[in-house]
Design a protein. Structure first.
Length: 115
């Protein structure tokens, strides 16, 4: 089982980034997929979630209206489009797969937003 995040980097205030998570080794379409983040010195927090078929999404209040989660079950990928980025969005972003029996995590990708 692998979840591999990519797309992180450094961006200025107001910029955009798109994170991707490539999954392998499990039945991706049966798993609710989420993004979490962890800022320096803070706990891991929920960012966004998408249902197995992609019809339902849920966002943290702090990113609502700026971030968009999507998934492609055929390609076994989940993405996070991040717009209007702020310094408070600086964190390591993790991909999460939550299924009937198991939960999987990726190793994270760093996003740094400068003011």
């Amino acid at each position: 089982v692998q979840l591999v995040e990519s797309g992180g980097g450094s961006v200025q205030f107001g910029g955009s980034l798109t994170l991707s998570c490539a999954a392998s080794g499990f039945t991706f379409s049966r798993y609710v997929m989420s993004w979490y983040r962890q800022a320096p010195g803070k706990g891991r927090e929920f960012v966004a979630q998408i249902s197995t078929a992609g019809g339902r999404t849920n966002y943290a209040d702090s990113v609502k209206g700026r971030f968009t989660i999507s998934r492609d079950n055929a390609k076994m990928t989940v993405s996070l489009q991040m717009n209007s980025l702020k310094p408070d969005d600086t964190a390591v972003y993790y991909c999460n797969a939550n299924g009937p029996l198991y939960v999987y995590w990726g190793t994270g990708t760093q996003v740094t937003v400068s003011s």
